[in-house]
Each structure stands twice: as structure tokens, then as C-alpha cells.
Design a protein around this ligand. Structure first.
Ligand SMILES: Nc1nc2c(ncn2[C@@H]2O[C@H](COP(=O)(O)OP(=O)(O)O)[C@@H](O)[C@H]2O)c(=O)[nH]1
Ligand SMILES: [Mg+2]
Length: 317
């Protein structure tokens, strides 16, 4: 019953639901010094206008992450009314873009559709992968903001590994810390950053925008590069077969993510969705059959009782 298309190994080898148990991170121009400024109003929509920075002189910062990790909320909290919705070049896929001013320079921020992998399964994922890898005519990012969900940390780390392998300056925005804390699984951001060999991580709240000023300060400080954690090996997406790279490195990424989790004393404890719970029942060899028999019984009862009512109705006439 899982709705994750990457869970089908026939479709894809980015094992978001890997057999080893991995079930499955700016202030607005006017409030860039405050993490607690009021949330800006909704972005305007512009599906036919020009793209930001047409002469390519601005630093390009691409936001990427799994679906529903809070990328767009965070992006809008940072850009406010300066965010605009555009079509990705040559596609009907919508991207959010906007110019962000930081200490006298302008950067272009790009929000991408959610993706579980850099090996895309859908046009949306293709747009996200192209934007972060600088493929298919997309300008290469100068820095990648990888948005990770603190309640899905093992899946998040697997995805981060792929992004880090691109060898681009990368800053992590860690969302959903409020939820993780409620679940008793709050993460120590400094400890996690250490376990990642010094990759900068900022705890943010996509919903309230808290942490956005710190995030953008880290972005400003890292255009010259961020560390490559031990155990990961950089590639150039222009020189490799992306499918082969993503698939061949899957096991090594899971091993790396497991080692990082062990270093921060975390179990592979990811958010269990309603779909996961239903899967557990329906795929259980005993419970699954009982549920099947119960459904068959209810269908049988419903059919026979309506037939009875029809028969009684027709004999009464
Ligand atoms: N509790 C909590 N909710 C968040 C946080 N960040 C985003 N959300 C919520 O998560 C949902 C998905 O966010 P969205 O920005 O659409 O995710 P996207 O798919 O990654 O762009 C929305 O309901 C947000 O309000 C956070 O840090 N904590
Ligand atoms: Mg989004």
C-alpha cells in the first residue's frame, strides 16, 4: 500500500525503502536579521515571466529534498513576496524562484519539486535532479541547500549522501525538529554536523520560518566549499552515467548513513506513516488473511441481504 514509487525495485534502484530497514535543511529582505519576524504573505504567481538573473551573474542556490520535508514553506519564509512560480524550461513543471539580497549581493534561490533520488522517476523529479546537478541546460548551483526531515533521519541521510557526492558546497536545513522532539527523537545538530565531518547544519522550522537567518548566514559563509564526509566519494554528474552512479553507490550510502546514525547514537527510527501501519497488518501472513476473509464475509453479507430485500419486494407485488 506504499505510495512511494521508489519502493518498487523494478522501477528504480534508489532504495528509499531499502531491504536493510531504512524505511524509510533567509530571511525576507526586510527581516533578514530576525528569525522570529512575522511570516511574509503568500508569493505571487508568474507562470509566463522571465527567469531571475538572466545574465547569470548572481550566485545560484538550489533547495532540494524529499517531498513534504518543508522546502517550500522554508523557501517562502525566506523570500516572501519575492518568490515567483515559473515553468521549468521546456516543461510544464512549476518551480519557485526569487532574488534574495544578502549584505549587498543578490543570490538566486530556486525551490525544486520533492524527490527521493537524483535518479528521477517522474518529470518533477527530473526537474529537481537537473537543477541540482546542472544538467540539461540548467545552470550549475553555486550552493545546495539540502532540506532534511528530522523525523525521517535515515532516509534523509541516504538522500544527503547523494547530494554530497556532487561535491558542491552544501548546507543542510533540518526541519521538523519540533515533531522529532515530541517523539523523543530530537537531534543534536552539532553532534550530527560533527558526524558528517563538518557539513554545516541549521535547525529550522519551515512552518514558522524560525532559523532562516542562521541558515542564510551559513549559506553566505560556505560558497567556497563544504567538507566531503569520510566514506563518500565525489563525482562529476557531467562525466558519469547518473543511473549507474546512483545504483552502484546505494549500498555504500546506506552503510555510510548507518555509521553516521551510530555515531550520534540514533537507531534507524523513522516516522511511521498510516500507510506503513496498514502495510504491516495487510502484509502479515496471518492478519492479512483474516482481514481478507473479513472483507469477503462483509461483501457476501451485503450482497445476500440486498438480494433478499429485492426478492421480498418482488413477491410482495
Ligand atoms: N511541524 C512542522 N511542520 C512543518 C515544518 N516545516 C514545514 N512544515 C509543514 O509540513 C508540510 C509540508 O511542507 P512543504 O513546505 O509543502 O513541503 P515540501 O513538499 O518539502 O515543499 C506543511 O504543512 C508545512 O506547514 C516544521 O519544521 N515543523
Ligand atoms: Mg514544495
Amino acid at each position: 500500500m506504499s505510495d512511494d514509487p521508489h519502493s518498487n525495485p523494478n522501477n528504480y534502484s534508489d532504495h528509499s525503502n531499502h531491504a536493510r530497514g531504512f524505511a524509510a535543511l533567509l530571511p525576507h529582505k526586510h527581516d533578514k536579521h530576525s528569525d522570529h519576524a512575522p511570516m511574509p504573505s503568500k508569493p505571487c504567481c508568474d507562470t509566463g515571466g522571465h527567469r531571475v538573473d538572466s545574465d547569470g551573474s548572481h550566485k545560484r542556490v538550489v533547495f532540494i529534498g524529499n517531498p513534504n520535508v518543508g522546502k517550500s514553506s522554508l523557501f517562502n519564509a525566506i523570500l516572501g513576496t519575492k518568490a515567483r512560480v515559473m515553468n521549468a524550461p521546456g516543461t510544464t513543471v512549476l518551480l519557485e524562484e526569487g532574488e534574495y539580497d544578502h549584505d549587498g549581493s543578490s543570490w538566486d534561490l530556486i525551490d525544486t519539486p520533492g524527490t527521493y533520488s537524483l535518479l528521477p522517476l517522474s518529470p518533477d523529479e527530473q526537474v529537481a535532479a537537473d537543477a541540482v546537478m546542472g544538467l540539461d541546460g540548467e545552470r550549475e548551483p553555486d550552493l545546495i541547500v539540502t532540506v532534511l526531515d528530522a523525523t525521517n533521519i535515515s532516509r534523509a541521510l541516504y538522500f544527503l549522501a547523494m547530494v554530497l557526492e556532487l561535491g558542491k558546497p552544501t548546507v543542510v536545513a533540518l526541519t521538523m525538529n519540533d515533531l522529532a522532539a515530541k517523539q523523543g527523537a530530537g537531534l543534536d545538530v552539532n553532534k550530527l554536523s560533527q558526524a558528517l565531518g563538518g557539513v554545516p547544519i541549521v535547525a529550522v522550522n519551515g512552518r514558522t520560518g524560525e532559523g532562516r537567518a542562521r541558515l542564510m548566514a551559513e549559506v553566505a559563509a560556505h560558497f567556497d566549499g563544504t567538507p566531503m564526509p569520510k566514506g563518500l566519494h565525489p563525482i562529476d554528474p557531467h562525466d558519469v552515467d547518473v543511473k549507474q552512479w546512483v545504483e552502484a553507490g546505494a549500498d555504500a550510502r546506506f552503510d555510510w548513513a548507518a555509521r553516521v546514525l551510530a555515531q550520534i547514537n540514533m537507531q534507524e527510527r523513522d516516522r511511521v506513516t498510516m500507510s506503513d501501519r496498514i502495510d504491516r497488518v495487510l502484509l502479515n501472513p496471518v492478519l492479512g488473511i483474516l482481514v481478507f476473509l473479513a472483507i469477503m464475509f462483509v461483501v457476501f453479507q451485503a450482497t445476500t441481504s440486498s438480494l433478499d430485500r429485492l426478492r421480498i419486494g418482488s413477491t410482495a407485488r
